[in-house]
Design a protein. Structure first.
Length: 440
């Protein structure tokens, strides 16, 4: 199911205000977990709205290493008539017996690959998963995952860089328990949720993540026969079942709120009026408040989320917090907007260390940003300057591309592969709104 990978540099020049309609597509942070959830039931699964991004391709390779097959449905495919799938849908076939080892060369490319751990232990009673890789913005220890899975009866050891897990008993099966997460980790909640659906008895997850993507996963699992209550709250209750079946119909991934936020930031920086036709404002309440305070007007219309920006941006203070607070993925976008806003804004990172590494790249473009520990002080300048910069991760890379929309001269953003991991045809969608962005 491989797709052509675009080039490795973005070339960006300032231009006219943005105008038009853009489609967001399915949420990366949901679809990767939905793909992993397909491991829990033998048979054929269909997922709709899956974005054409590199991370989906890598997760497909991870699943293939475990014995599953993933492919896109095309026009004329017999699968369209057989299962009601539509062209572009992702079809995943899960065998009766899974392989239990994930290769290091795949796991190091994708932090989210750790979510195969829960389904493997639930379905096969053993797993070997390398310590996760992915974006370079600080440590993401998986202690929360291992502690929660241990409470469900799994035992772990670290062997040659791999996390080796197994479940004892005859038959070997996880057992429900009460789990209190030290921090409402999105990925840990997903992993534990997928493990608990096949555990014996009841599992209660306290301080669970409340993200819409967790609720999307719970909805998918429920269609497969899982018994879950409390999705979207901090209190999840799972009644384990003996087995699951593939969902009877295709499951559509929720829209990507971070991609929607990216286009909101684009119109905030470049000015203009756009419609984000599949954005869900209810998934971005806190961000939309900050956008309004900065001068980006938004309204929900039958066509989607309308965003207008006609004047200078205004500085605000922002702190990242677990959902429904301002997500850490939004922060590079907000910092970029603040870099050309009137006044001084203070941005506090409360979730991950090391997520100010892109600030040096913005400074190369003339931004006035000072950092100390978890805080950044952003003093707006009238205009940025085009320069060669490097994308350190997915969201920071996208933010640097947007910075080029308000920079004098040409901006060259290298290591564009990071951006391709989370954005489908990013340059093309920006061009459709009138931006001068190319990939070479």
């Amino acid at each position: 199911m491989s797709e052509a990978v675009p080039g490795d540099r973005f070339l960006v020049s300032p231009g006219a205000p943005l105008e038009g309609t853009v489609h967001v597509g399915g949420a990366k942070n949901s679809v990767l977990k939905l793909m992993a959830a397909c491991m829990l039931a033998e048979g054929r699964h269909v997922i709709s709205g899956v974005p054409h991004i590199a991370d989906v391709e890598i997760m497909a390779e991870v699943l293939a290493s475990l014995g599953l097959s993933c492919r896109r449905v095309h026009d004329g495919d017999p699968e369209v008539a057989r299962s009601g799938a539509e062209p572009g849908d992702l079809v995943i076939d899960t065998p009766g017996r899974l392989s239990t080892h994930t290769p290091y060369e795949l796991a190091e490319r994708l932090r989210a690959s750790v979510v195969v751990l829960g389904p493997l232990l639930a379905r096969a009673a053993e797993a070997s998963v390398p310590l996760p890789g992915g974006d370079d913005f600080g440590s993401r220890p998986i202690d929360l995952h291992l502690h929660g899975l241990s409470l469900l009866g799994a035992e772990f050891a670290t062997v040659h860089g791999n996390i080796e897990g197994h479940v004892s008993g005859h038959p070997a099966r996880l057992v429900g328990s009460r789990i209190v997460l030290e921090y409402p980790s999105h990925t840990a909640t997903d992993n534990l949720l997928m493990a608990a659906v096949l555990a014996k008895g009841t599992t209660v997850i306290e301080n669970a993540a409340r993200e819409p993507e967790v609720a999307d996963l719970a909805a998918f699992l429920s269609q497969m026969g899982a018994r879950i209550t409390g999705a979207g709250t901090s209190h999840l209750v799972v009644e384990g079942v003996e087995e699951l079946q593939p969902a009877p119909r295709a499951h559509r991934v929720i829209p990507d709120r971070v991609v929607a936020a990216t286009f909101l930031s684009a119109v905030g920086l470049a000015g203009g009026e756009i419609v984000i036709e599949d954005a869900r404002p209810e998934h971005m309440d806190m961000l939309l408040r900050k956008m309004t305070a900065m001068g980006v007007e938004t309204s929900h219309t039958p066509e989607g989320l309308r965003a207008v920006s006609n004047g200078p941006l205004h500085s605000v203070d922002v702190a990242t917090l677990p959902y429904p607070g301002v997500a850490t993925d939004y922060k590079p976008l907000v910092v970029t907007m603040l870099s050309v806003a009137d006044g001084v804004g203070i941005v506090s990172e409360n979730l991950f260390s090391g997520r100010f590494r892109y600030v040096d790249e913005l400074r190369r473009m003339g931004a006035d940003i000072g950092t100390e520990g978890h805080h950044a002080v952003v003093r707006g300048v009238q205009r940025l300057q085009g320069a060669p910069v490097r994308a350190p991760d997915i969201r920071a890379g996208a933010a640097l591309v947007l910075a080029g929309l308000v920079a004098e001269g040409e901006t060259v953003v290298s290591e564009a592969g990071h951006v391709h991991r989370g954005y489908e045809n990013f340059a093309g969608k920006l061009r459709s709104l009138g931006a001068d962005v190319r990939v070479v």
